[in-house]
Design a protein around this ligand. Structure first.
Ligand code: MN
Length: 244
């Protein structure tokens, strides 16, 4: 179902149009020669995978006539990259860490949640990319639906590459692809420097470790997940969200 109509009106993949417009016009030659001799940066993958493709698995698992989770597909506004953690009481309680990259939210289920203690490594299972609008979702996924249970906005804000910079998203993408994904969080509850280190990359079990770097926001022995138990958006507890 819903195989038709949903993709109508979406702009064609960037690049195809521009390529088609290029014609062999001799008069442009001089112009081209004066342009800085910038080597075309070789890329293994296109910089921006279309959100439609990236979110296919996310959509396949859900019936949007039954769940109020967003179907997704809109691009993020603004240059800052979004960060969110949702506390999710599904069959097993876990925390969903989501980091915006190339128009989608890269997502990890962290069973024990993040730790401010740099000596603690938290298992983070990568799950399917989620739409950026998912960052606003707090509520209840109906029982029997995928991920059924209560979802709380536990933390949110922005993130960037260590040190920031204009090429932050490129730096982040390279780190992500290497499996050594370093980033800086500017959330309400989590801040400073973190890393996700990939330990298994097979499709079945995409396992990473989430580790806090030592900086002014690190706190040995702290248990932030136990200390912060309410929604960063609404102040509600899990019970209150479940009640609606
Ligand atoms: Mn989840």
């Amino acid at each position: 179902m819903a195989t038709k109509g949903t993709k109508a009106g979406r702009p064609a993949r960037a690049g195809t149009k521009a390529k088609a417009a290029v014609k062999k016009t001799p008069s442009k030659k001089t112009l081209a020669n004066t342009a800085p001799a910038k080597k075309a940066a070789p890329r293994k993958k296109p910089a921006t995978k279309s959100a439609t493709t990236a979110l296919a698995e996310y959509r396949r698992k859900r019936d949007f006539t039954r769940t109020r989770e967003p179907a997704g597909g809109r691009a993020s506004e603004g240059a800052r990259l979004a960060y969110v953690i949702q506390k999710h009481a599904a069959s097993h309680l876990h925390f969903d860490l989501r980091l915006e990259l190339d128009g989608v939210m890269k997502s990890w289920a962290v069973p024990k949640g993040p730790s401010l203690d740099p000596t603690v490594k938290r298992l983070a299972m990568q799950v399917e990319d989620h739409p950026i609008e998912y960052n606003k979702f707090e509520g209840t996924i109906p029982e029997g639906e995928y991920g059924g249970g209560t979802v709380m906005l536990w933390d949110r804000g922005t993130y960037t590459a260590p040190g920031g910079g204009a090429d932050a998203e490129d730096v982040l993408r390279r780190g992500y692809e290497k499996g050594d994904f370093k980033f800086e969080l500017q959330g309400k509850r989590l801040r400073g420097s973190w890393v996700l280190v990939r330990i298994r990359r097979d499709e079945e079990r995409r396992q990473w470790l989430l580790i806090k770097h030592r900086d002014e926001y690190a706190h040995e022995g702290a248990d932030i997940v136990a200390e912060e138990t309410t929604s960063v958006a609404t102040g509600r507890s899990m019970e209150e969200i479940a009640e609606g």
